[in-house]
Design a binder for this molecule. Sequence first.
Ligand code: IPE
Ligand code: IPE
Ligand code: MG
Length: 247
Amino acid sequence: MNDRSEPAAAVPRHVAIVMDGNGRWAKSRYMPRFFGHKQGVDALVRTVLACADRGVEYLTVFAFSSENWKRPTEEVSGLMGLVLVAVSKYLAKLAGDGVRVRIVGDRAQVSDKLREAWQHAEDSTRQNTRINLSVAFNYGGRWDIVQACRQAMAAGVRAEELDETKLNSYMALSYAPDPDLFIRTGGEVRISNFLLWQAAYSELVFTDCLWPEFGDEELDAALAQYARRERRFGAVSSRSALASAGS
Ligand code: IPE
Ligand code: IPE
Ligand code: MG
């Protein structure tokens, strides 16, 4: 284990993104919010491939939060329908480009059709290894912690056995390292119940860019910010450690 801080590795292994700003992007063009969500899917496909090109191993995106059910029924059903369209339009391309797709979130509340589309996306990309795309859908960080506790209890894990590693093994993203870089587009500076457990030491980057406009330039700007960060994980700064070693 490290007792010194480290400069961030040049490329983050795991990038998490809150894809926010679709509605405002559409509104600024006098278009319905749904148009923004549609363009948002294209931005996602671009971003997955751009991340893969740059050597990112895991990309986790927030597509629909546990709280997004509070939106008007029309918008919610539009989003559900868009998932089906997106899977039929882009899955073959992503699969051919080596993307492994996983869905994280509570599947109990979504329709059978959507569950089947998710399952198909997961099954048909299972062998892929170039980049791991996790789509957080009907996901909430608090839901994730509670469902992990429930699974641990159902498995008969005793209180004395439960530690951070054990609980993490029941979390939705147990297959991935913690996100190194957490990006939120759309100008809001909050986490909105995304990876509450996993983002404990993520480097945060907030940008005003609205999600449908997110592209190579924005991604590279976020990666450059990340590369300049000094990650300390609670340890002392490498600069002050060097200074005290010299005194
Ligand atoms: C993010 O964009 C996509 C979802 C939450 C589904 P929004 O729909 O939140 O767009 P804004 O924030 O209203 O502009
Ligand atoms: C967060 O965006 C959820 C997704 C991007 C899917 P919201 O637009 O729902 O977040 P708030 O309501 O502004 O916090
Ligand atoms: Mg929003």
